[in-house]
Design a protein around this ligand. Structure first.
Ligand code: ADP
Length: 262
């Protein structure tokens, strides 16, 4: 089977799973409304909901991955990093509060806007920020910094979490790869978030790398060209003209996005 066939299959599978899973969650919600439940029934229903939620998150990750890999075009528009980060942090609010994390965002004013694919950059930031929250310790810190490096912008997402063992670093951006270590074992995930990040950054002609110390924390660095070479060549070949393929532009509101977080 070709790579395209695999992606098509993944896409169809994820789509087909999404609707029945949504129905399971809907009916689990309705059961509570049609009559009082005893303690045991309520406990079991909570487990059904929690597990269906996990499956839905996995399916959405697969769908996002298949869609992003399938589409080889950059849909370039103005990307306002500050607004995007704030929207993502709002989505992560509950988890940030539950872990009592301190989050700081520093964006150099000269960074301005990027010419990039809104949806893909959103995936990059969502996955890195949600991982920084998810793999952090109670009372830890998350720092988002964006600096102006001339033709490129440098984004760093730093956390004070569990860190990553050196042996795992070379494989971190592989599809479905998850680090096996006792502290990350209970944390849910699909191992697709960083593969999505890498794919998106590569498409923009950028770079991404990670530095980490176990027990101390992790820093991801992303270098993104202000205008990627692919976007330029697409525009030149007429494949994409900024603002012309309006129907393909994605909403900047991260809450409209199908993909779950890293
Ligand atoms: P997942 O859905 O498992 O979070 P990712 O592709 O986003 O998948 O990450 C792959 C693995 O890398 C994770 O399972 C985790 O072990 C590790 N990882 C990613 N980000 C961090 C981080 N900020 N701190 C510690 N470990 C991380």
């Amino acid at each position: 089977m070709s790579q395209d066939d695999n992606l098509e299959l993944l896409n169809t599978f994820a789509h087909d799973m999404k609707t029945p899973l949504g129905a399971v969650l809907h009916y689990a919600d309705l059961i509570q409304q049609v009559g009082p439940l005893n303690e045991s029934q309520k406990k079991f229903l909570d487990r059904i909901t929690a597990n269906a939620d996990k499956m839905l998150a996995l399916v959405k990750d697969l769908l996002a991955f298949a869609q992003l890999e399938n589409d080889r075009t950059l849909h370039v528009a103005d990307v306002h990093l500050g607004e995007m980060v704030q929207t993502i942090l709002t989505m992560l609010d509950a988890e940030i509060a539950a872990k009592r994390l301190t989050v700081s965002v520093t964006i150099a004013p000269s960074v301005g806007t990027l010419q990039a694919d809104v949806r893909r950059i959103q995936h990059v930031l969502q996955n890195l920020l949600s991982n920084a929250v998810k793999y952090n310790r109670e009372g830890g810190e998350v720092r988002f910094v964006c600096a102006d490096d001339g033709d490129t912008v440098r984004i760093t997402v730093q956390d004070t979490g569990i860190g990553i063992p050196p042996r795992a670093l070379p494989r971190l951006f592989e599809k479905f790869y998850r680090v096996k270590q006792p502290k990350s074992q209970p944390i849910e995930g699909t191992g697709l978030g960083l593969a999505i990040v890498k794919h998106a950054v590569d498409m923009h002609g950028g770079q991404v790398w990670v530095e980490s110390e176990q027990g101390k924390g992790t820093t991801f660095t992303v270098l993104l060209p202000r205008v990627s070479a692919l976007a330029r060549s697409q525009a030149q070949s007429g494949e994409l003209l900024d603002g012309v393929d309006d129907d393909r532009q994605e909403p900047q509101d991260a809450s409209d996005n199908d993909s779950p977080l890293g």
